[in-house]
Design a protein around this ligand. Structure first.
Ligand SMILES: [Zn+2]
Length: 471
């Protein structure tokens, strides 16, 4: 099977150039630049099984969302998107790969959790997928298991300073896990908020009669994210290892990462669309605010431009979604009368690539090359799958978007593909959308219609982070 994408503008993390792209059996076989002054590239006369005309469009590597939670059990319910519905929605929005989080059940082996998540994804995901491993117990057995998982292509382990009694790991456990990655080449990812202190503040708020969703935002001070971020950075420095912060949301945490990188530490971080585009103001309006409950919470509006600055200056390397959708009706409603019982999580997987184009490129905050980098190439490098993923280059998987930078669309729960009954961005008109979404050379979405096969996704074994490698 040979496909030719012609007349497009190839945009990579490095440069933009007029070129035709040939795909053979799912891999990029040639990238042929148009000579200056020429109307066509050397490949224009090539006979292909399918030719896609990308005149006036970008040809970019498909988005990689390295932070998703399909079917995650949380607060007595489950995140609603399955690997099938969630990856399908992701594809509609220009994402061609996800890295989800498998969860170690407390008291069981890492392997037990991994097997469960593998089974959920296999044959159901329509996009290629990898896994990070959430460690619920750090002990001699799970530390030894880490080495085995790294060898099997699951090299990242997430720990929490939040959620006491559920996911929280004390400092000595975090430090032991970090020391293990120094030996096995893996990487520790941190959810950094001071959970025990937040619980004190949240209990005080509820006792004082503040039970609405806004209480969730008020209890989780930015300073408590800054404190935990700095603490984890210092632990990583003591262990001599890189560390990665998921869903960095506040200026306070950004300052901690900025200082760490300034002194040469391998501290890395992502932010999420919700922190770039929404604010704590969205959590008002009575119980409607439950739609916006996630952790860390949405921050005061003035944090947003600091996060964009972080993306521009590479203090933040990439954007993931933390996609973890719960219906407003029947799920978010579990927290009526006590914000602490609202399931934490937001739907965002379908809108990440386009929102970053709209707010970033159209909004004049980042270049189109940086957009490709934070949406695709940096996640591939950060999580050890570059250049198989995240590149328009000979030999790479043909995970490609033909992207219309001018098309406008209106976001709405009535038209989105995520299995959730509301949208965070209801009624927003944004500019930029994918005309064609291709995974390993197979067209999955064309002009907004699903045309791909079921269960197309494959597990991707990943290696050591390019960003954490010194030689
Ligand atoms: Zn998450």
């Amino acid at each position: 099977m040979r496909t030719l994408i012609k007349n497009g503008l190839v945009v990579t993390a490095d440069a933009s150039f007029e070129a035709d792209v040939v795909i053979v059996d799912g891999k990029i076989d040639a990238v042929s630049r148009r000579a200056s002054g020429a109307v066509e590239t050397a490949l224009a006369g090539l006979v292909a099984d399918e030719t896609i005309d990308a005149t006036g469009k970008y040809v970019v590597p498909g988005g990689i969302d390295a932070h998703t939670h399909m079917e995650l059990p949380f607060g007595g319910t489950f995140a609603k998107d399955t690997f099938e519905s969630g990856t399908k929605a992701a594809a509609h929005g220009g994402t061609t790969m996800i890295v989800d989080f498998a969860v170690q059940p407390k008291g069981a082996a890492l392997r037990d959790g991994l097997d469960v998540w593998m089974a959920k994804a296999e044959g159901n995901a329509v996009l290629d997928y990898g896994f990070h491993m959430i460690m619920s117990d750090v002990n001699d057995a799970s530390l030894a298991e880490m080495d085995q998982l790294v060898a099997e292509g699951i090299p990242d382990f997430k720990l929490f300073t939040a959620y006491p009694g559920v996911f929280l790991s004390p400092d000595d456990h975090i430090f032991r896990a970090m020391k293990q990655t120094r030996k096995n080449g893996g990487m520790i990812m941190m959810h950094a908020e001071n959970g025990p202190v937040i619980d004190v503040i949240a209990a005080d708020l509820v006792a004082s009669g503040m039970t609405d969703p806004i209480g969730h935002g008020l209890a989780r001070y930015p300073i408590l994210e800054g404190e935990a971020t700095n603490r984890c950075i210092r632990l990583a420095e003591a262990a001599g290892v890189p560390v990665y912060f998921v869903h960095l949301s506040s200026r306070d945490a950004l300052e901690a990462v900025t200082a760490a990188r300034g002194r040469g530490s391998m501290a890395f971080a992502e932010t999420c669309p919700q922190y770039l585009f929404l604010s704590i103001d969205d959590m008002g309006n009575g119980f409607e605010g439950a739609k916006y409950v996630c952790s860390p919470p949405l921050r005061p509006k003035d944090h947003q431009e600091d996060l964009w600055r972080g993306l521009r200056t590479d203090i933040l390397q990439l954007v993931g979604t933390d996609h973890c959708p719960f219906d407003f009706e029947g799920q978010k409603e579990l927290g009526r009368g006590d914000f602490r019982k609202i399931p934490n999580g937001l739907p965002a997987i379908e809108d990440r690539v386009d929102l970053l184009h709209h707010g970033g490129v159209v909004g004049g905050r980042i270049s189109r090359e940086r957009w490709v980098e934070i949406a695709s190439t940096a996640p591939a490098k950060m999580f050890g799958m570059y250049p198989q993923k995240g590149a328009i280059a000979v030999g790479s998987d043909a995970d490609i978007l033909v992207y219309d930078p001018n098309r406008k669309r209106t976001i709405s729960a009535a038209t989105h593909h995520m299995d959730v009954d509301y949208s965070l961005f209801e009624g927003w008109e944004i500019q930029g959308a994918s005309d064609v979404v291709m995974s390993r050379g197979t067209v999955l979405v064309r002009d907004g219609q699903w045309v791909g096969p079921a269960g197309h996704g494959q597990f991707v074994r990943r290696g050591r982070s390019d960003f954490a490698r010194l030689a």
